[in-house]
Design a protein. Structure first.
Length: 120
């Protein structure tokens, strides 16, 4: 599971795009948290354009979009308290854990957490 930092790098062709491509291209089973749609759209719209942001959301649709429900929200809150994660980060991490996925990110806030890969 690639978090929004990785999707933004990849879709906006930023410096780490090729590193994240390894985790995104040619994969049949991609997973994202619904919160990532918000994050990717917002950053790409702010930094590039509304048109590019709409294209980015279209690209995200090839992934399975995991919804936030009550049990996930509660797990995310516990993870936030335990690891000092922001709300969106804890929701994404909880989603990865629910699906047994490794979280791939460019965000150093996840450094040292189980089942995460921080791309540098």
């Amino acid at each position: 599971m690639v978090d929004s930092s990785g999707w933004v790098e990849y879709l906006a062709n930023r410096p780490k795009a090729r590193r994240f491509a390894t985790y995104l291209e040619g994969r049949e089973a991609l997973l994202i948290s619904a919160i990532e749609i918000y994050e990717v759209y917002k950053v790409i719209r702010r930094d590039l354009s509304e048109e590019r942001a709409v294209e980015a959301v279209s690209a995200l649709r090839r992934a399975t979009i995991a919804r936030v429900d009550e049990p996930l929200a509660l797990e995310a809150a516990d993870l936030s308290l335990a690891h000092g994660l922001a709300m969106a980060d804890s929701l994404v991490y909880a989603t990865a854990r629910r699906f047994g996925a490794t979280l791939v990110t460019g965000d150093t806030d996840f450094e040292g957490l189980p089942d995460t890969v921080v791309v540098r």
